[in-house]
Design a protein around this ligand. Sequence first.
Ligand code: SAM
Length: 275
Amino acid sequence: MKNDEIKGTAQNSTGETPALPNAHDAAIIDQFTRQAVPFSIQQAHSKESFLNLLLEMSGVSPEDNVLDVACGPGLVACAFAARAQHVTGIDLTPAMIARAKQIQRERQLTNLTWRIGNVLPLPFPDASFSLVITRYTFHHFIDPQAVFAEMVRVCRPNGVVLVADIALPPEKRRAFDRVEKLRDPSHTSHLTPAEFLQMAEELKLREVRTEFVKSERHLETHLQASFPNPGDDEEIRRIFREDVGKDELGLGAHWQGNEIYFAYPILILAGRKTG
Ligand SMILES: C[S@@+](CC[C@H](N)C(=O)[O-])C[C@H]1O[C@@H](n2cnc3c(N)ncnc32)[C@H](O)[C@@H]1O
């Protein structure tokens, strides 16, 4: 399950912050520094019904002390802060944390703490949080299973761990990962629903619940918030055009008038840490 195809870029496992980011972390910081504002204003990322489903599946309550792992611009963290006692957001990209602080100020929320740092390992003691969440992140990790294990470690017994990310069947991996890496060179690989469930089982989560949501996108709007290498945007448009009616990408690409639309299939998995 490790996204091993990225050679020589293993994340730091010593617990120390490396003096210089490795190649993969550098790609993350490069992409998400540019994406910080465009990502945060894409309507799809603040869709209320989706955020409400995350809140509902997590069972968040006013007593909860929440950790949002790779929180980006803090859209999910701020939604949880409106319901929880306190939320901590951690992210590798300083520009994302700067944007998160701005959004927090705009929403006049006071119960949030932001941290710049790598999520592998998470810089928190065991059992620090009652609820540990992450959205749209596992497809950026080289070792998603290790991050999932870290999320469980910092969650207190009987607390809830929730992961929401793109999930596609294995036969879509090759085509999807290719186009997604063109759109965002910091992409590693999507996981399958079975892989998510297997990880949850190995980490001994109980009362596991899953939901599937389609996150709909207009290709051109999505490309405007993306930073592919020069020329790759045309290749992405070509791949999507050719995929209409074939669905090798697994995204249901289709025409509406002269425009291409598609949807990311998102798996939301929530489970309780064994007490
Ligand atoms: C697609 S964004 C998702 C942001 C946020 N979770 C949301 O759903 O709105 C992915 C985020 O993961 C962060 N990220 C990726 N790898 C990371 C790592 N190893 N440690 C910390 N943050 C990381 C990026 O900086 C980026 O902000």
